[in-house]
Design a protein around this ligand. Structure first.
Ligand code: FAD
Length: 383
């Protein structure tokens, strides 16, 4: 797959020329390359400063749950889940598994929230089952939750591997003729007539149109061209636990009160994910490991919600900082003042769940000029 660092290939003895240059090969950039190639976008460059999946996409916990989000985001998650399922079924890649999703309510307020969620999802045509406390305990054979009043079960709820899916998209893009390059270092963008030069410390590439899909680095790449994105910064942390006894697979479990998310993962392990109260500010570091306070909080919440599981050994933990727009939505589309420049960033802490559908729509916008489905995430709303 693709090209590791080597002497840059050139055409006509000069800079290699592309119709579309994509900077950043996380799940969004790779999915975009795949969709753009399928729509006949011409010669496509997919470039990463490190290697494919070097950023946040290596850290995603694989939750496809966007139940707390707005209808547009939920729709993208459903469509993405469908696409991930198709890729997993057809190519055996991406680890999409529909084991169901169980939402727990442990107090009156949460019970009301679940009732609202039930009404919304039913209206959207999703299958949901309301569960009494006993039925919740039966459904969760892996360990009976404490103090549960009610539950909502989504049979179609699924999980996947963000990293595996990113590589799957990269592989499909590469097979479709996309030129994958990586490892020449940080790229920046230089204007060249109406087009662009993707400039790296080692090589430069010309592109008629360019997409900035480089995650948390997007604002930095865009700023010299007058594109200012005012971002919210969220820090997410996760850990993988191995409980002493485990009946797996089991549905993923969401307990919104504590902010706890638990899912089964291959090898009978669990992943939990908590969103901290507040994020960092400034230029987000690519912080690699979860902090001690987070692990303490996981132990406390596990004890509260899933007694018996707090004995679990922590196998691994990790963290990362995500950007999102002030309205909680990403920026995806053409930058109005620069018609050959596209932004694809700000996916936030639930971005992997929507990347497939968002990339498909962006590819349609670039190739066919159809932007109808991306109005909600138009980067122009930042102006
Ligand atoms: C702990 C944690 C758990 C998460 N869990 C979930 C989850 O369960 N479900 C979910 O939906 N989402 C989750 N997320 C969020 C999800 O991981 C991100 O939204 C998603 O991966 C973002 O993808 P991306 O392609 O936009 O960015 P990235 O994956 O960060 O890709 C950007 C790429 O651009 C490259 N790059 C950066 N700058 C440059 C440059 N100047 N030149 C060239 N290349 C450059 C980087 O090397 C990187 O490979 C989680 C995040 C964290 C941190």
């Amino acid at each position: 797959m693709g090209q590791p660092p080597s002497a840059p290939r050139t055409m006509s003895g000069s800079r290699a020329r592309f119709d579309l240059g994509i900077v950043g090969s996380g799940i969004l950039g790779c999915a975009l390359a795949h969709h753009a190639a399928a729509l006949g976008a011409g010669r496509i460059l997919l470039y990463d400063r490190d290697h494919p999946c070097a950023g946040l996409s290596a850290r995603g916990a694989g939750a496809l749950d966007t139940s707390g989000a707005d209808p547009w985001t939920r729709r993208q998650a459903r469509e993405s889940s469908e696409e991930y399922r198709a890729i997993s079924t057809r190519w055996g890649l991406g680890a999409h598994r529909a084991e169901g999703e169980l939402h727990l309510a442990r107090d009156e307020r949460e019970a009301r929230r679940l009732e609202e969620l039930r009404a919304t999802l039913t209206e959207e045509g999703q299958r949901v089952e309301v569960l009494e406390a006993d039925a919740v305990r039966e459904r969760l054979a892996a360990g009976a939750p404490r103090g549960v009043r009610s539950g909502l079960f989504l049979p179609e709820g699924a999980t996947f591997s963000t990293a595996e899916m990113t590589f799957a998209y990269a592989e499909l893009a590469s097979q479709a003729g996309v030129d994958l390059r990586w490892g020449y270092g940080e790229a920046d963008l230089v204007r060249e007539g109406t087009g662009w030069v993707v400039r790296t410390p080692v090589a430069s590439f010309s592109a008629r149109e360019v997409v900035v899909a480089c995650g948390t680095r997007a604002p930095r790449l865009l700023a010299p061209h007058g594109v200012t994105l005012s971002a919210l910064v969220e820090r997410w942390q996760a850990c993988r636990l191995r409980p002493p006894r485990l009946a797996a697979p089991f549905p993923s479990v969401r307990e919104a009160g504590a902010g706890l998310y638990v899912r089964s993962s291959p090898g009978g392990r669990l992943v939990t994910l908590l969103r901290p109260e507040n994020g960092a500010t400034g230029d987000p570091p690519m912080d690699a490991s979860a902090d001690f306070a987070f692990l303490e909080r996981v132990a406390r919440e596990m004890h509260e919600v899933l007694p018996g599981w707090e004995e679990s050994r922590v196998e691994d933990s990790w963290a990362g900082t995500c950007l999102t727009g002030p309205d909680g939505r990403p920026w995806v589309g053409r930058w109005p003042a620069l018609p050959t420049l596209y932004v694809a960033a700000g996916l936030g802490g639930k971005g992997a769940a929507i990347a497939g559908a968002v990339a498909a729509k962006l590819a349609r916008g670039i190739v066919e000029g159809s932007w109808r489905d991306l109005v909600a995430v138009d980067p122009a709303r930042s102006i």
